[in-house]
Write a protein that binds this ligand. Structure first.
Ligand code: RP5
Length: 166
């Protein structure tokens, strides 16, 4: 999707994180929310990550979503240089993702990172959380979220109906 009017930035520490972070991009696409995405590493390209994150507000970004595995410092490094909301997605590349979860969630007081679940569910929820944040000042997004919840509930109901017929 065009980066011209991106409201969300997706960062991933490695191109190998893309498969997981695709769930984030797909969810933003579903809601018609433009995003930009970047491979940018807290450890391998720290200056690039710093410059990208510190310039995000000026470019019109509202929320940053950071996916990383292992010693997952990307979300924290980004949060350190911006006051935009930062959502961290721990990615399972080792230790069942527990290392990434703890590295992402255990931020020191003063620099928050909203950490979601490990893996694709977390990537999807990161997008939904970003949309929820933006929906506090965007009634069409709030409406779209309400409709999405209704569709989800209808899906569960239909699945249960099918189950009962077996
Ligand atoms: C992290 O290290 C990345 O986010 C990735 O999940 C992990 C491994 O990176 P690669 O060695 O696969 O590039 O920084």
């Amino acid at each position: 999707m065009s980066s011209d009017v991106a409201r969300v930035a997706i960062l991933m520490g490695s191109i190998n994180d893309r498969e997981v972070m695709q769930a984030c991009a797909d969810t933003l696409d579903r809601f018609g929310v433009n995003y930009e995405w970047q491979v940018s590493s807290a450890h391998r390209t720290p200056a690039v990550t710093h410059a990208y994150a510190s310039g995000a507000r000026e470019r019109g970004i509202k929320v940053l979503i950071c996916g990383a595995g292992g010693a997952a410092h990307l979300a924290g490094a980004v949060a350190a240089v911006t006051t935009l909301p930062v959502i961290g997605v721990p990615i399972n590349v080792s230790l069942d993702g527990l290392d990434a979860l703890l590295a992402t969630v255990q931020m020191p007081g003063g620099i928050p990172v909203a950490t979601v679940a490990i893996g694709r569910a977390g990537a999807k929820n990161a997008a939904l959380l970003a949309i929820q944040i933006m929906a506090t000042s965007d009634s069409s997004l709030a409406q779209a979220l309400a409709e999405d919840r209704e569709a989800m509930a209808a899906g569960v109901s239909a699945a249960n109906d099918q189950l009962q017929q077996r």
